[in-house]
Design a protein around this ligand. Structure first.
Ligand code: PLP
Length: 428
């Protein structure tokens, strides 16, 4: 029982035994397995149990665990470089790759996490527009920066709290909350506060209230309102970047953002983040402009090596996205069929390799309000059943399952068989 022993001891030294809240399975009423190793889509815990992984480190590992090219790149780089805090050719290569491959990115700045990317993008937007207010959407999560911890998704939503203690009123007084996919709510916000709004930040494919894609007309409205009022539109692609398509969620919409944030996949499994966009905006960053943002480890050579290996491999194997789409379709259709056959009310939302099963009798889930109506108790039974059957899925209704190029039809068949077992139990 090494899992239990290690986790119980971890609780003595780390709050909740973890370094990020959602990992502790608090709402699921059990201790999490303690993971020791991963290869492809199989992870092993300290007791030697194996799981087919549909979490993939919460998204980054689109090439699966310990992809040979990524590991080789890390090994090779670590022989000559750990950190310099100085310009390197590798950071140029990753920056150039992103600027050349992503239509909206003229210039980019590397940071160390998704939170750092989004909070820095907000600061840049405020510095550029000389305005203070930001708009975020209920149910979207952009990291743990104070100004975002209002009606946030992901772990904040799982904890059932409106935000976080320790956030002064002053830090959130300039945060306005929009309703996802509700154009009228945005017209109203802009007519009231339009002249003070620096930016609108959105997960264009939301993953932190479960998967919900923004409607085309909604993004069009955001673009128009931002243009009319001199505000910037920021796509938070920390999760959707290089995932829902090689060029990310921005390639799924006609209207384009001014700034985009990245992390997860672009770091190849190591701590990483970035934000980029139009040159005239990015040039407001220090040392060229007056918006100060810095980082000792930003553009770290090992991280850049892992990122470049990942991004290059994805680009050279674009059919990997077709494979993920086919597997996702099979999974989505299978779950819908099994749910229907067993009278389990469910809505399956999927965009490429990210998907959520919502347990609800409604016919669609398009906003945070819809998500909140879902059956959390059924989700919990589903989670515990799947874990017991050897599947690692997120311990929350408000998260996404992720697919990688290393998943196969056999993994999907096994998932569907396990899901059928759950559905039959529920139908009784
Ligand atoms: C859309 C989005 N933005 C920002 C973040 C924060 O990223 P990090 O956890 O790397 O700080 C996350 C994390 O899941 C995310 O999904």
């Amino acid at each position: 029982m090494m899992n239990e022993k290690i986790f119980e001891e971890s609780k003595k030294y780390m709050p909740g035994g973890v370094n990020s809240p959602v990992r502790c399975f608090k709402d699921m009423g059990i201790n999490p397995p303690v993971i020791k190793s991963g290869n492809g889509v199989i992870i092993k815990d300290e007791d030697g149990n194996e799981y087919i992984d549909f979490v993939l480190a919460w998204g980054p590992l689109i090439l699966g665990h310990c992809d040979v090219d990524v590991v080789n790149a890390i090994n090779e780089e670590s022989k000559i470089a750990l950190a310099f805090g100085a310009p390197t050719k590798l950071e140029l290569e990753v920056s150039k790759f992103m600027c050349e491959n992503l239509d909206t990115i003229d210039m980019i700045r590397m940071v160390n996490s998704g939170t750092e990317a989004t909070m820095s993008a907000i600061k840049l937007a405020r510095g550029y527009t000389k305005k203070n207010k930001i708009v975020k959407f209920a149910g979207c999560y952009h990291g743990h920066f104070d100004g975002f911890l209002v009606e946030a998704g992901s772990g904040v939503l799982t904890e059932g709290i409106a935000g976080s203690q320790g956030v002064p009123e002053d830090s959130i007084k300039n945060t306005l909350i929009g309703i996802y996919n509700d154009e009228k709510s945005m017209e109203d916000l802009f007519s009231k506060y339009g002249d003070d709004i620096a930016c609108v930040i959105i997960e264009p494919v939301a993953g932190n209230m479960g998967v919900i894609k923004a409607k085309d007309s909604f993004i069009k409205t955001l673009r128009r309102l931002c243009d009319e009022h001199g505000a910037l539109l920021i796509f938070d692609e920390v999760m959707s970047g290089f995932r829902v398509a090689f060029k990310g969620a921005q390639s799924l919409f006609e209207e384009k953002p001014d700034l985009v944030t990245y992390a997860k996949i672009m770091g190849g499994g190591l701590p990483c983040g970035a934000y980029g966009g139009k040159r005239e905006i990015m040039e407001h960053l220090s040392p060229l402009g007056g918006v100060y943002q810095a980082g000792t480890m930003s553009g770290n050579p090992i991280v850049m090596a892992a990122g470049l290996a990942t991004l290059t491999k994805l680009k050279n194997n674009l059919d990997g996205y077709d494979k993920i789409e086919a597997l996702g379709k099979k999974l989505e259709e299978g779950i819908a069929r099994i749910s229907e056959e067993n009278g389990i009310g469910s809505v399956v939302n999927r965009v490429g390799g990210m998907m959520t099963i919502f347990f609800t009798d409604d016919s669609k889930v398009e906003s945070y309000e819809d998500v909140k109506k879902c059956d959390g108790e059924r989700f919990k039974r589903y989670f515990l059943h799947m874990l017991n059957e050897g599947f690692n899925i997120p311990p929350s209704q408000f998260e996404a399952v992720f697919l990688s190029v290393k998943h196969t039809e056999e993994h999907i068949d096994k998932f569907l068989k396990a899901f059928e077992g759950f559905a039959k139990k529920e139908a009784k």
